[in-house]
Design a protein around this ligand. Structure first.
Ligand SMILES: Cc1ncc(COP(=O)(O)O)c(C=O)c1O
Length: 411
């Protein structure tokens, strides 16, 4: 557990936290949307463009070799971060959304009429729409794992849904609305026994869980840098080497080719086969610095601190009798990330969000890119608090006091 002094030292590394919002101290609790960036990440961006900027893998000259080394170092860091077997299993993408689109597009060469794809009720639109389109184009069938009233996946129903026709199960590791951690190892075991692959959307997990793709035995795993103190527009897709080797490329052009003639093209080896064109070089380099930031503090320590924040927040906010939590009936906190979604009885989530904003508090409101889940709970939206390493218990007290004000104003 961090002391107050240690948290203040960490907070000092985030310049944006000193910003005022309508003359109030900024309380930023929309970390599930994107996290703020520490100074070393901000400085890395300036360093790259001042000292290194050049294209990668193409130049024999000093700068190009330097930027190539930086990019490949981040790949190696990511390999270690998720415990992949090979660096070449790490593909750079624009983010989680592009990673899922990459796999769905590549699989369009494999999926046939009558094949089945399984997702769940909990998914972010990024993990719904690409599969919906693929199924529509190929006359395949999209099946949805239902959830129970408490927000947990109905695993019995999952076992009834899966069949030998299932080609891929694509599921979030942590729901971006409910913060529930899904039992990935179990889902993988069942899926593999039917010969289905598994893709895990780890957008909400990468800053919350210590990941081990070999232990999870997932076929694909993806997340975005910007939710783990890194820049926007860059993410990664892990895929098992033997699967990626057999998969059709996603985009075509420079970098992903071995030989090109007007008759025929052969493709590069992994990972470059899936990295057509000039990537977000600066973003990749800067992400490496964000990974250093996490490593310096320790992901496990971050996780424990955030768990304490969430326990405190749940306890404190439950004193508000009009509050309705979603996915928060939790006794085992290993199954809950640092996300709390709620509504206040007879109050609109946007009204709550707007008043909180005027008090300096940044929360997410609305459907959170998960409209089917909103329909399940028969609401049009929710208010979401999501914590990060720089949030404090005092901020939770302030949010509590502010919600009492909201209640009074909206009476
Ligand atoms: C669970 C989940 N999946 C996918 C995404 C999409 O991530 P990105 O917008 O970085 O591609 C998000 C973003 O909020 C998410 O929370």
């Amino acid at each position: 557990m961090f002391s107050k002094k240690e948290i203040n030292i960490i907070r000092d590394k985030f310049p944006i936290l000193k910003e005022k919002v309508y003359s109030n101290k900024l309380v930023y609790v929309d970390n599930a949307a994107t996290t703020q960036k520490p100074i070393q990440v901000i400085n890395a961006s300036k360093y790259f463009y001042s000292k290194v900027n050049s294209n990668i893998h193409r130049g024999v000259y000093y700068l190009s070799q330097k930027s190539t080394t930086f990019v490949e170092n981040t790949r190696k860091k990511l390999k270690k971060f998720i415990n992949a077997k090979y660096s070449s299993e790490i593909l750079f993408t624009k983010g989680t959304t592009e990673s899922i689109n990459l796999i769905a597009t590549s699989l369009s060469n494999v999926i046939q009429k009558g094949d089945e794809i399984i997702i769940s009720y909990l998914e972010h639109h990024s993990n719904i729409v690409p599969w919906q389109i693929l199924c529509k184009n190929k006359n395949a069938i999209l099946k949805i794992i239902p959830i129970k009233k408490d927000g947990f996946l109905d695993l019995e129903k999952f076992e009834n849904l899966i069949s030998k026709k299932t080609k891929i199960v694509s599921i979030s590791h942590i729901s971006n609305v409910l913060g529930i951690v899904n039992p990935i190892k179990y889902i993988v075991k069942i899926s593999h026994s039917y010969g289905s692959m598994v893709l895990v959307d780890g957008a909400q997990a990468s800053s919350d869980l210590c990941l081990n793709v070999q232990d999870l035995d997932v076929d694909f795993y993806t997340f975005s840098a910007h939710k783990m103190y890194g820049p926007t527009g860059i993410g990664m897709l892990y895929g098992k080497k033997e699967i990626l080797n057999n998969l059709y490329p996603y985009q075509f052009g420079g970098e992903m080719i071995k030989e090109v003639s007007f008759k025929k093209t052969t493709y590069s080896d992994l990972p470059f086969k899936f990295e057509a064109g000039t990537p977000n070089i600066e973003g990749i380099f800067v992400w490496g610095e964000a990974l250093n930031f996490i490593e310096d503090i320790g992901l496990l320590k971050i996780q424990i601190y955030k768990k304490n924040l969430i326990k405190y927040a749940l306890k404190k906010l439950s004193y508000i009798k009009e509050i309705k939590f979603y996915g928060c009936k939790i006794t085992d906190f290993s199954k809950k990330s640092s996300i709390i979604s709620f509504n206040l009885k007879n109050k609109h989530c946007f009204d709550i969000g707007c008043i909180l904003d005027k008090l300096g508090i940044s929360v997410r409101t609305g459907s959170m890119c998960a409209q089917p889940l909103m329909n399940f709970f028969k609401v049009t939206g929710m208010v979401r608090l999501s914590f990060s390493i720089y949030n404090t218990f005092e901020e939770i007290d302030y949010i509590f006091e502010s919600l009492l004000k909201v209640r009074k104003i909206l009476k």
